[in-house]
Structure formats: C-alpha cells, structure tokens
Design a binder for this molecule. Structure first.
Ligand SMILES: [Fe+2]
Ligand SMILES: [Fe+2]
Length: 246
C-alpha cells in the first residue's frame, strides 16, 4: 500500500506563511509523499514562492510539485524552480522521479499540461499560426508526458498535472472555458503510458472524481474542490485499487 497526500492551487502569496505547514504534524505517519498539482503561487513572484518553500521545508515527507499557469505569469519559472529545489522540493516538468516506499518503487511523472479541449469540442492544429501553435504545444506536451511515463520502471505509476486530462472533473465549470482547463491528449498519454492514478488541479469549480477513457482514476485536488489543506489517498499494491479519503 502506498499513501499520498495531494493538493493543488494553494496560490501562496506573501502573507501565506504556515498555511500548509500548520497541517504537517504527524503527516509522516499518514502519507509517504506529498503532491502539489500546480498554481503554487498567486502570480508567480519569487517572493511568493519563498514563502511556500519555507513552509515546505517543514514537510516531513518528500514533496513533489508541478507548476500551474499562475506560476508562469511573470516568466520567472527558472528562479521559482531554484527556490524550491534549494529546499529539496522535487519539481517536475515533462520529467519523472522514482521514490522507494517500503521496498516498492513509485514513479511519478509530472507536467503542467495545457488547454485544447476534449473530444467533440476541441481545438485543432489548422488555420492560423497562433491556433496551430496552441494545439501543437498541447499535443507535443502530451506526447512527451507519454514518453516519460513509458520510461518509468516502477511498481506504481502516478501522473501529476495542473490541467485536467478529462472533462469529468470539470463539472461545475462553465462549458465555454473547458478548452482552457485541459485536453484529452493528456488522457491518451496516461492511458497509453499505463498510469495507476492521476492528480490535477486548475479547475477550482470542478469536482474531485473522474477517470480517463481507459479507466485511470483522476482526482481534481484543487484546494477549493477538496476543501482541505490536502487529501490523503492510498493505492493498494495487488489490486491497484484507489482508496479515497473517508
Ligand atoms: Fe488555480
Ligand atoms: Fe490554474
């Protein structure tokens, strides 16, 4: 059994000191690692990320994050990455990490992802240069994610995203903005790559539970959705069954 704490869209600003760490007491007895599904900051400012890094320094278990669109807002991603890595936070972008948990290997593949839409209501790489580059960016990103997932050799494979791979977890959001909340290329990457569970954020007004067309459980862990600092999920070793927080 592996146990993971997961959250997203924590949107730290300069005044967010201890907002996560106040919940860390005893966490090492409840979860093996901590996942944050992007939108770590309000506007991507290094000062905001420093507050989060100070908080995550107190986390008793390995912390793995991807960035969200908010973290890209002022183009400081390299500096933000450095701030987190200085505090031993694992930052993924079209990359993976393998953790060793109770003699089992857990591979986590992460990327921010991007928009594009879902089957029957998606953009296509046709027409104007801007439209083609939008959709090609999403497709290439998903292809890279699939490659990263396939390269993982582990007992469990987890995908950590910011954008959603399915419209199921977007229920509650305005349908008009679905193409800006995720894309189905990410679900194809997850299904072809063979993932046991996928976490994402970004859809603050969505719902927690969904799945890909291939049956991979998807959990939208955006804080406004889970209404907790984080949720704890478990995966059973033999059945690869997901246990949601009760
Ligand atoms: Fe967000
Ligand atoms: Fe977002």
């Amino acid at each position: 059994m592996i146990r993971m704490a997961a959250t997203g869209d924590v949107h730290f600003d300069r005044k967010s000191k201890d907002r996560l760490s106040q919940h860390f007491e005893g966490l090492e007895g409840k979860a093996d690692f901590f996942l944050i599904a992007g939108d770590l900051t309000k506007s991507g400012h290094p000062e905001e990320m420093k507050v989060l890094a100070e908080d995550l320094k107190k986390c008793p278990i390995p912390t793995i994050v991807v960035f969200g669109n908010h973290d890209y807002h002022i183009d400081q991603v390299d500096i933000l990455t450095q701030i987190l890595r200085e505090e031993k936070v694992i930052v993924l972008e079209e990359s993976s990490v393998i953790l060793e948990i109770n003699n089992q290997k857990v591979g986590i593949a992460g990327t921010k992802g991007f928009g594009g839409g879902f089957v029957g209501a998606c953009g296509s790489d046709f027409g104007e240069h801007e439209m083609k580059s939008f959709i090609r960016h999403s497709k290439n990103n998903a292809k890279n994610l699939e490659r990263v997932i396939k390269e993982i050799e582990a007992d469990f494979k987890i995908a950590l995203l910011h954008y959603s791979p399915t419209s199921q977890t977007l229920a509650g959001e305005k349908k008009e903005i679905y193409p800006f909340l995720g894309n189905y290329f990410l679900a194809e990457a997850i299904d072809y790559g063979g993932v046991d569970i996928c976490f994402h954020g970004h859809a603050h007004s969505g719902v927690e539970k969904g799945e890909t067309p291939g049956g991979c459980p998807v959990r939208n862990v955006a804080q406004p959705v889970i209404r907790h600092a984080f949720n704890i999920y478990s995966l059973d070793q033999t059945q690869k069954r997901i246990f949601d927080p009760s």
